[in-house]
Design a protein around this ligand. Structure first.
Ligand code: ARG
Length: 464
């Protein structure tokens, strides 16, 4: 068993940790990515200690110089990591003391790794969120542009995966714009939750020194402090909120990907994904598979799983810090990475897709997508009660099905054969005419879609 001479708590222990326990308890293999946040927080803490005369100014200056050197060594891949030193906090402090000597041992005055890991992850998540906010804005812009380009093209609207009514392609795409727009609002909640500083809680009860938490918070860019030291070290709400956001986002991503995969199939052929987002098969030479959309759809399981993992980790966990909490970073770092892939991946698919409205129109005809409009016409023009109009239109659909013809190709005598005295004008039986008949804010008419696009533009501006 390796000698434990570097342990932070050596004083009280006689035997060292077993090799297996050491392996179970290490977090350096994943928390090393927190080095920047850890050093930043240590610099602020040390400066506060000096300002409050808890350490001397010269000691702070040494600590500062030493921490910057440790940072450089990490960035140049020169720092050796070992399970014995458990986590990034211990690695940095140990190396600092090796470099500057005894002054390094003063850095941990009035703090604990409990508030240290909490402040590091708050800082980390704040940065992640700032980046992902702008990635999401880029995605919204891409969807908006696509919707604008395709403002006039007709697209099938579905319910129950059955053709329902025609809509504009731009309107269809904007449905995703609003989904992702709401996700940004959710992300902003998470951003707010991260903007609270836990540092100064020390182990759980506060520090035995005249610390100035407000000073450190200002240095680190936090707008608020945790009001309660016990809550500060045990809360993972800021991570929960982020995972809720990520899970909701990925549910939306999975719905988008599912439709792209379906519409790209040889059965639908509504879209073609180009080579940038498709891959071939090792055995079937004809294949072009929509792998990127499939992988993103699959990642939904992983991201919602990470949310569940954190929830289960926290369930019934007593106050305050418990080592269970070390696991939170595994879920957090993974989800943060997948979220960026997800957001950028959706843009990548969207930018590499060609839409085929002519194929979509064919299916709208096959699906008798103007049927509701015909029933409504019988109500408004011939003053039939809706139930009767519905019944009559149903008969018209059945007639077309039997004869294997589209409603739009019916001639006057055929219409008479089914509807008797109730005539239908040519305009009423055309799919393309259904669009602008739709009324009310948020409907698919060209007029309302322009209103919607204007509103989206204002919302996008508001986010910048
Ligand atoms: N590596 C630990 C974590 O990630 C840091 C905090 C350790 N605190 C403790 N009391 N052992 O949670």
């Amino acid at each position: 068993m390796a000698e434990d001479k570097k342990k932070l708590w050596g004083g009280r222990f006689e035997k060292s940790l077993s090799d297996l326990s050491r392996e179970i308890s290490e977090s350096i293999s994943f928390d090393k990515i927190l080095y920047k946040q850890d050093i930043r927080a240590s610099l602020a803490h040390a400066e506060m200690l000096a300002k409050q005369d808890i350490i001397e100014k010269g000691q702070f200056e040494n600590i500062q110089k030493g921490l910057l050197q440790v940072e450089k060594e990490i960035e140049e891949n020169k720092l050796e990591y070992s399970f014995e030193l458990e986590d990034i906090h211990t690695h940095i402090e140990t190396r600092l003391t090796e470099i500057i000597g005894d002054d390094g041992k003063r850095l941990h005055t009035g703090r604990s790794r409990n508030d240290q890991v909490a402040v590091d992850t708050h800082l980390y998540l704040k940065e992640v969120i700032a980046n992902q906010k702008s990635e999401l804005i880029d995605l919204l812009e891409n969807i908006f542009q696509k919707a604008k380009e395709n403002q006039k093209k007709i697209w099938p609207g579905y319910t129950h995966t059955q053709i329902a009514q025609p809509v504009l392609l731009g309107h269809y795409l904007m449905a995703y714009f609003w989904m992702f727009f709401r996700d940004i609002n959710f992300l902003l909640f998470a951003e707010k939750d991260c903007d609270k500083m836990p540092l100064g809680a020390a182990a759980l009860a506060g520090a035995n020194y005249p610390i100035d938490r407000e000073f450190a918070a200002k240095k680190l860019g936090f707008s608020e402090l945790y009001e309660n030291s016990m809550d500060a070290v045990s809360s993972r709400d800021y991570q929960m909120t982020y995972h809720f956001f990520a899970a909701k986002l990925f549910i939306h991503i999975s719905r988008f990907c599912e439709e792209m995969i379906l519409y790209n199939s040889s059965e639908f052929q509504y879209i073609t994904m180009n080579d940038a987002v498709t891959t071939g098969s090792s055995i079937m030479p004809q294949k072009k598979n929509p792998d990127i959309a499939e992988i993103l759809r699959g990642k939904t399981g992983r991201v919602t799983g990470n949310l569940n993992a954190l929830l289960m980790n926290l369930k019934s966990l007593p106050l305050t810090y418990n080592r269970d909490l070390q696991e939170d970073k595994v879920y957090l770092f993974d989800t943060a990475k997948q979220v960026s892939y997800g957001i950028k991946g959706v843009s990548e698919i969207l930018l590499n897709v060609e839409f085929h409205p002519e194929k979509a129109l064919e299916n709208l005809e096959k699906g008798f997508a103007q049927a509701t409009d015909i029933a409504d016409y019988l109500v408004s023009y011939h003053k039939l009660p809706f139930r009767e109009a519905h019944e009559l239109t149903g008969k018209l659909v059945a007639y077309c099905e039997k004869k294997k013809i589209y409603i739009s190709s019916l001639d006057e005598s055929q219409i008479k054969e089914v509807l008797g005295q109730y005539t239908l004008s040519k305009k009423v039986i055309l799919i393309s005419e259904c669009i602008n008949r739709k009324q009310g804010t948020g409907s698919t008419s060209e007029k309302e879609l322009s209103v919607q696009l204007k509103k989206a533009e204002i919302c996008l501006e508001g986010l910048k």
